[in-house]
Design a binder for this molecule. Structure first.
Ligand SMILES: [Mn+2]
Length: 326
């Protein structure tokens, strides 16, 4: 375990670890940690605007606090006092060779899961879901893994070539890493994928909530249903594509789609999920800093990770959400 920050070093000074947490690059030294944060800086498989390879470091840098103290005022806990969290650095991706990058991501996530901690992967484009969820599912096989997928896009398309940020769910189901009936998607909208892909998803047992459903019913009842749908599943992977949020809250992304969630809705939803279900892995993907005026998308992704950790800490402590109200 290596500290790469002096205790009083300001967060804005230079690139560093997530929340100035210790850096642990050797997977064998991850034993005993609860969570390992891993960057996957690759974006060759986007279909529109690139830049997500710069996401991991932008997310780490979207912080203005010194040291590792992060008391969450909504849950009444500091996740870093409850959980041992480390930064595992970035995957050694190979620019220009997405297959090699995916192999490296799969091995890195397998290394984390094998050592014990839960991986939180910072993307990177959403194609990384194939190797990172695949690695977690392989580790847990034959136990069932559920997936909660926040995204504007279903990412389960049949396309040639098969590797893309629009296909990972299709690949994961086809190879048997996930079963369609254990997948719940939230926030879908817009004009892609085509009806044939939704028909396939329906045939596999996928469930999904379009933004239109959420606008009619509110996000809280929808999260209730997501949690009910996955009741009894002992391992849940949480995949958050920041484009599930409206471009007003997440402009810095490759394929923005108007009409999405508000930042506050997504932050609360992921905290609630993390405080309720047993998480096996998390990814926050598609932050593209070159398209991120004012850095607000990286800021959102950073806080999504903190809300996941706060929810996990709450669950570990046996508590329920307890907003302070003097
Ligand atoms: Mn996506």
């Amino acid at each position: 375990m290596t500290r790469v920050h002096r205790p009083g070093e300001p967060p804005y000074g230079r690139g560093g670890t997530f929340a100035q947490l210790p850096l642990v690059l050797d997977a064998e030294e991850l034993a005993g940690a609860d969570v390992a944060i891993l960057g996957a800086p690759t974006d060759e498989l986007v279909t529109n605007r690139p830049g997500a390879r710069l996401g991991p470091q932008a997310i780490r840098n979207a912080d203005y606090l010194w040291g590792t103290s992060r008391p969450n005022m909504d849950v009444g806990l500091d996740p870093f006092e409850v959980l041992t969290v480390v930064d595992h650095g970035d995957v050694e991706v190979v620019p220009g060779y997405p297959e090699l990058s995916h192999r490296a991501i799969r091995e890195a996530v397998a290394g984390i899961a094998g050592a014990g901690p839960m991986p939180i992967i910072l993307g990177g484009d959403h194609s990384i879901a194939h190797p990172d969820i695949g690695a977690v599912a392989a580790r847990l096989h034959p136990e069932r893994v559920g997936l909660i997928h926040f995204d504007a896009h279903a990412d389960d398309a049949y396309e040639e070539p098969r590797l893309s940020h629009g296909t990972p769910l299709r690949l994961l189901v086809e190879e048997g890493s996930l079963r369609g009936e254990h997948i719940v998607q939230v926030g879908l909208r817009g004009y892609w994928p085509p009806p044939s892909d939704f028909e396939w998803a329906r045939s596999q047992g996928f469930r999904w909530f379009r933004m239109d459903d959420i606008l009619g019913r509110g996000i809280e009842p929808v999260v209730d249903e997501v949690l009910a749908d996955l009741e009894g599943i002992q391992h849940v992977f949480l995949s958050v594509d920041v484009d599930v949020c409206d471009p007003a809250f997440a402009p810095g992304t490759g394929t923005p789609e108007p009409g999405g969630l508000q930042a506050r809705e997504l932050l609360r939803a992921v905290r609630r999920i993390a405080s309720t279900v047993p998480l096996a892995g998390v990814e926050v993907v598609e932050v593209s800093p070159p398209f991120d005026p004012a850095g607000i998308t990286a800021l959102l992704a950073h806080r999504l990770v903190l809300e996941v950790l706060s929810g996990m800490a709450l669950r570990r402590s046996g508590g329920s959400a307890r907003p302070e109200r003097p």
